[in-house]
Design a protein around this ligand. Structure first.
Ligand code: GDP
Length: 201
């Protein structure tokens, strides 16, 4: 599961502009500030990689990174920007929904959820939408090192509540979930192993 090389391939405006490629891919999705850039850097251990998508004008694009010339990490636009009007969230929806519903090489969405705060409606809505549309999903809880969490609650309590709140939309099978921290390194090996198992499935 070792990452030897990572190449930035392309930024795409919409699903149909994405690389025409059958190699498997994993899409990283989450609220802005959830720790997505940190997680990508922590996975690939190269500071410069995810920075591409942080450049102004790149945050609303679908960014493809090719790992070991054999599979992709896809950095999707964050949702729920702090000061964004509702219309910006709607734009995100139609734009990114097209990607989820049409991308055949998508192995799993990695939905990033901040474990240091109680469940947020926008994350629950997103998880439920993916569940209802049968999009393969893995929950990646971020910031699990933060023990002094908001409202005095611990990451594991927030995670349990989140899972309780979404379970009706996953009657068949609850998606796999992994606890991570880009500060302590928690979950890195587990996440890489999980992705390699899904690729070889
Ligand atoms: P993005 O907007 O989702 O790309 O989020 P960033 O990766 O830029 O992180 C947002 C903020 O959360 C930054 O201040 C990070 O330092 C912090 N952060 C990200 N990951 C972790 C983590 O695992 N633990 C802690 N304690 N803070 C984190």
């Amino acid at each position: 599961a070792k990452i030897k090389e990572v190449d930035f391939v392309k930024s795409s405006i919409r699903a149909k502009d994405c690389p025409q490629d059958e190699r498997p891919e994993f899409a990283m999705l989450g609220r802005s500030n959830v720790g997505k850039s940190s997680l990508i850097n922590f996975l690939v251990r190269k500071k410069e990689v995810a920075l591409t998508s942080k450049k102004p004008g790149k945050t609303q694009l679908i960014n493809h990174f090719l790992v070991n010339k054999s599979w992709y990490i896809v950095d999707l636009p964050g949702y729920g920007f702090a000061n964004a009007p509702d219309s910006a969230i709607m734009d995100w929806s139609s734009f990114t929904k097209g990607y989820f519903l049409n991308r055949e090489s998508l192995v799993s969405v990695l939905l990033l959820i901040d474990a240091s705060v109680p469940p947020k409606k926008i994350d629950l809505d997103c998880a439920n939408w993916l569940g209802r549309n049968n999009i393969p999903l893995t929950f990646v809880f971020t910031k699990c090192d933060k023990t002094k969490a908001a409202k005095g609650r611990r990451p594991d309590e927030n995670i349990r509540e989140f899972q309780e709140l979404i379970k009706d939309n996953y009657r068949q099978k609850h998606p796999p979930w992994i606890m991570t921290s880009s500060v302590t390194g928690l979950g890195r090996d587990e996440l890489l192993l999980h992705m390699s198992q899904l690729r070889n499935y």
